[in-house]
Design a binder for this molecule. Structure first.
Ligand SMILES: Cc1cc2nc3c(=O)[nH]c(=O)nc-3n(C[C@H](O)[C@H](O)[C@H](O)COP(=O)(O)OP(=O)(O)OC[C@H]3O[C@@H](n4cnc5c(N)ncnc54)[C@H](O)[C@@H]3O)c2cc1C
Length: 476
């Protein structure tokens, strides 16, 4: 079985070269500030032991024949895609938010398609390299970050038009044994907790953009890589403890003339396939969103229902109406992912690609509904998440009995539970961590307009026009 323990994962992470910069310091991955994020990823290793999750969280590798983590699998069927979606939803529910382990494997699935197609069309030798790398990745149960989003400079200009060509990551030198790359990738979730950084292009590339059409994977501590990192966690607690391991970090990942050996290069100069790769990673990643985003709605829904209950208004018609809306959002997004899985297509490599329209429809609805979902929770929770007294005041002799008396709402709900729920709601709605989760839920996998473009480009609008011509009796 190619699945390691959470301790093995931590150990190898802590052995990595220091290349993380945080708050003006160069730190190791064992820095306590990174612990909540390390714990979050470590939890994805631990969950394999859960007998109720086993069938969903593991898969049989078609490359090694061994059992691997589902989030390290190359999808071989619609069933695999369905299980990935289910696994993502379950793990996010249990973690209490984004599990940060999808983007690496989403990029690797996209590469498994594109490297084979490129070889078949151009006689290149990327696919065998990719397969060897993938076996190594699965055997060691690695964690990958996908670094797709370039810094991008002036958004109205293409990569080759920027006044500084490094604003999109590019190849600056080709050598006998590899390439040297320079650039910077933005917003890289989980990069400080990853073994590998999988780099793919950000956008469609034109003929002038061969130098920017590059894909590769390298260890996250490779010389020349500098990760400038910030972490967000729910607010620290002193008294009201929960499992509370949750934390996410993002890295601004600088590639300061980084050498990548050829065996780790999966595209180099093929502009057409770089474009396909950019689109395919987005497709796999947005499909992952059809699993994680319903889990976020599940949390918002649970919090909304519970607070309405504690407030004594669970039976009010507007509360029931709001819960129905949340259910509709969660399940519509999930259903779009199911449709995308069922309607997947098989690439030449055997990898299954989720249906692009259903994937993007699901991700689009998830993104644009998100702020409304938080609005629903904020509405039902009232103002207290914003003005909840500080934790210490609930435990100081003078204010404790008074706060407990005045926190009480419905009979049968203890002051402590009332306090616990509102402390959680305050984190969920009013903390810096909540703000990051909201922006991530909107932009992660691409800003909403990107999904609209993907939907429109793939959709047969002409056939709909023909329908109207038929019904109107127009003949041309
Ligand atoms: C929490 C979080 C985690 C993330 N994790 C990852 C990750 O792990 N890996 C990764 O690669 N990326 C990651 N992303 C990046 C995410 O995919 C991008 O934020 C998203 O693609 C938008 O890019 P941007 O942030 O550069 O915004 P911008 O591109 O600056 O977009 C801002 C606005 O400008 C519009 N716009 C941009 N360009 C144009 C144009 N040419 N013409 C017209 N309008 C335009 C956009 O539609 C949008 O409305 C993450 C983002 C967040 C917030």
């Amino acid at each position: 079985m190619a699945i390691v323990t959470a301790d093995d994962y931590r150990e190898r992470l802590y052995r990595m070269r220091k290349n993380i910069y945080m708050g003006g310091e160069l730190i190791g991955r064992d820095d306590p500030r990174l612990k909540p994020g390390v714990d979050l990823i470590a939890d994805s290793f631990e969950r394999v032991k859960d007998p109720n999750l086993k069938d969903t969280i593991t898969a049989k590798s078609h490359l090694t024949g061994e059992e691997v983590h589902r989030l390290n699998h190359i999808h071989q069927s619609s069933e695999d895609l369905l299980k990935k979606q289910e696994c993502t939803r379950l793990l996010c529910q249990q973690a209490g938010g984004c599990i940060q382990r999808c983007m690496g494997i989403d990029a690797l699935n996209a590469l498994s398609v594109v490297t084979k197609d490129c070889d078949d069309n151009f006689g290149t030798e990327y696919y065998p390299r990719f397969v060897e790398f993938m076996k190594y990745f699965q055997k060691n149960d690695l964690v990958g970050n996908c670094a797709q989003t370039d810094i991008k400079g002036d958004r109205s200009k293409r990569p080759f038009e920027q006044s500084d060509p490094d604003l999109y990551l590019r190849v600056i030198e080709k050598k006998k044994d590899g390439i040297v790359v320079r650039g910077c990738k933005a917003h890289n979730s989980n990069a400080p907790f990853s073994d590998e950084i999988v780099v793919v292009p950000t956008r469609l590339m034109t003929d002038e953009e061969a130098d920017w059409s590059v894909a590769f994977s390298i260890p996250a501590d490779t010389p020349g890589i500098k990760q400038v990192v910030r972490i967000t966690t729910p607010r620290p607690r002193k008294h009201i403890h929960t499992k509370h391991f949750y934390g996410v970090a993002d890295s601004t990942t600088i590639f300061d003339d980084v050498f990548v050996p050829w065996e780790r290069v999966f595209l180099c100069g093929e502009t057409y396939f770089a474009s396909i790769l950019a689109m395919l990673f987005a497709t796999y990643h947005r499909h992952s969103y059809t699993g994680c985003k319903p889990a976020i709605t599940d949390l918002i829904m649970g919090a909304s229902a519970l607070v309405a209950d504690y407030n004594g208004v669970a039976e009010a018609s507007h509360v029931k109406d709001k819960l129905s809306e949340l259910i509709a959002t969660a399940e519509l997004v999930y259903a779009a992912g199911i449709a995308a899985s069922v309607k997947s297509t098989e690439a030449a490599s055997g990898t299954h690609i989720p249906n692009i329209i259903y994937t993007n429809v699901g991700r689009y609805h998830a993104g644009v509904s998100l702020y409304h979902e938080y609005e629903t929770l904020a509405d039902l929770a009232g103002g207290l998440p914003a003005t909840l007294p500080m934790e210490d005041d609930f435990f100081s002799p003078e204010t404790q009995p008074l706060l407990e008396k005045y926190m009480k709402r419905k009979d049968g709900i203890s002051a402590e539970n009332q306090h616990r729920l509102f402390r959680y709601l305050s984190d969920m709605l009013c903390s810096a961590h909540a703000g990051v989760a909201q922006v991530g839920g909107l932009h992660g996998g691409g800003s909403p307009v990107m999904e609209k473009i993907a939907i429109r480009n793939q959709y047969d609008i002409d056939s709909r026009k023909r329908l109207i011509k038929m019904h109107s009796g127009i003949k041309d």
